[in-house]
Design a protein around this ligand. Structure first.
Ligand SMILES: Nc1ncnc2c1ncn2[C@@H]1O[C@H](COP(=O)(O)OP(=O)(O)O)[C@@H](O)[C@H]1O
Ligand SMILES: [Mg+2]
Length: 420
């Protein structure tokens, strides 16, 4: 852990900024007195929703007190020294991953730490105090994950707020992130059925958020934020950018553009208007990554292939040409019918017009229906084994026709903030 620290600066100087108010919708308001705060909770028996600004400008002691009062026994309030001990001083030997917030380390908890604590492995996320993220993202995770429980969302076990230190403690996900499985060379290729299972699990997580009594927009749907359980059940993690959806007659929330280049919906990038359909676009990009085994943005590829959406669009709606962009790591072991339907679904999800994108329940229905297809490309002899094929199985002919579709490429939008 970094020893250098600088004084904690509140993330906003104005508790009623537009950005604050839209993060948690109607629940965001100037920090109320403690009695107002309790009233908010009491009014929402089925799904209490804390206010972001309620807690955003308080001292760390006050925040801890308020969180403890709100979450009671649902979330544990840990001390830095305890989390330091269970991760061997945040040792790099126990490093699970790293993103825009900071590093994530493995640790173990049990009854010796707190009475009643189930013995289990955990993942401890540690804020990089020098980094771009901070209290806002930490608080968003505590407030959303502390209140939303679903089999396809990672479980938050506790948090730590001590001076300028901000940490989060989650259930440990033994198979790590989808990103690691899909793109790391050392990993064994994910079979077709497993990719489908992961897509369905992640879709259920998103559908749950969108269908909540007060809809939530996840805003950072991507492979590094999809974690995998031992049986490849997908769980959404990293709620640092999550936001309350529009309410009443509003069709969208307006916000600063944040997210990850290559996944963010074009209309959100250009207007800052955020809807649940922005998440559907990002979901489509992940489907595309599952189909092709390529990253949404890959600067190491030739220019025309760097943006996955632009590059793949012409192939998605052609059942004849689809095979050219399928992940070569399948070695042809995928359902041809299933892949075609998934490609059509992907195409809808990444439609430029948000209204043409399906809602998540419809996405789940389509994906589940693909599980019934048992055909495999190899058995149908459809896998191209031309020795002239390029790295990704794209034949020179296909590459030529791909460049014809270069006109699909739009001029680069303003790049949203990079975040792992
Ligand atoms: N609960 C967990 N179990 C296992 N690995 C995790 C867990 N949480 C995070 N990781 C690993 O750490 C990486 C970064 O975590 P994430 O929450 O996305 O951090 P950030 O907010 O910095 O992007 C993930 O991509 C994953 O590889
Ligand atoms: Mg992340």
């Amino acid at each position: 852990m970094r020893e250098s620290s600088k004084p904690w600066r509140p993330f906003t100087s104005n508790c009623c900024s537009v950005e604050d108010q839209t993060i948690f919708g109607n629940f965001s308001k100037c920090r109320p007195s403690r009695s107002d705060f309790s009233k908010d909770i009491a009014e929402l028996p089925s799904f209490r929703r804390l206010s972001f600004s309620d807690l955003s400008r308080s001292s760390s002691t006050r925040i801890t007190e308020d969180l403890a009062q709100s979450f009671g026994g649902d979330l544990y309030d840990f001390q830095v020294s305890e989390l330091r001990a269970i991760t061997h001083n945040f040792s790099s030997n126990f490093l699970l991953g790293e993103g825009g917030f900071g590093t994530v380390h493995k640790g173990y908890i049990d009854e010796n730490l707190r009475q009643g604590l189930k013995a289990q492995a955990v993942a401890v996320k540690l804020l990089d105090i020098e980094g771009l993220q901070g209290h806002r993202e930490w608080l968003a995770e505590v407030i959303f994950l502390g209140q939303l429980r679903h089999p396809n969302l990672v479980k938050l076990i506790g948090y730590c707020c001590e001076d300028e230190q901000r940490l989060l403690v989650y259930e440990f996900m033994p198979r790590g992130s989808l990103e690691n499985h899909l793109f790391k060379r050392i990993s064994i290729s994910l079979p077709w059925g497993t990719r489908l299972k992961i897509a369905i699990g992640a879709a259920k997580g998103l559908a749950f958020l969108h269908g909540a009594e007060k809809p939530v927009i996840y805003r950072d749907f991507k492979t590094s934020n999809i974690l995998l359980d031992s049986d490849f059940t997908a769980k959404l993690s990293d709620f640092g950018l999550a936001k309350m959806g529009p309410e009443g007659s509003n069709t969208h929330v307006t916000t600063r553009v944040m997210g990850t280049y290559g996944y963010a919906a074009p209309e959100y990038v250009s207007t800052g208007h955020l809807t649940t359909k922005s998440d559907v676009y990002s979901f489509g990009v992940v489907l595309l990554e599952l189909l092709t085994g390529r990253r949404s943005m890959d600067k190491s590829r030739p220019k025309s292939e760097q943006n996955l959406v632009d590059w793949s669009k012409p192939y998605l709606r052609s059942s004849r040409r689809l095979r050219y962009i399928m992940d070569p790591r399948f070695s042809g072991q995928y359902s041809v019918k299933g892949a075609k339907e998934m490609a059509v679904l992907t195409s809808k999800c990444i439609s430029l017009n948000p209204k043409d994108r399906p809602r998540m329940p419809a996405v789940i229905e389509t994906l589940e229906s693909l599980q019934n297809f048992k055909d495999m490309a190899v058995s149908c002899g459809q896998w191209p084994v031309s020795p002239k094929s390029t790295k990704n199985g794209v034949s020179p002919k296909a590459v030529r026709s791909e460049s014809r579709y270069g006109s699909y490429r739009k001029s680069s939008p303003v790049a949203p903030k990079q975040k792992a």
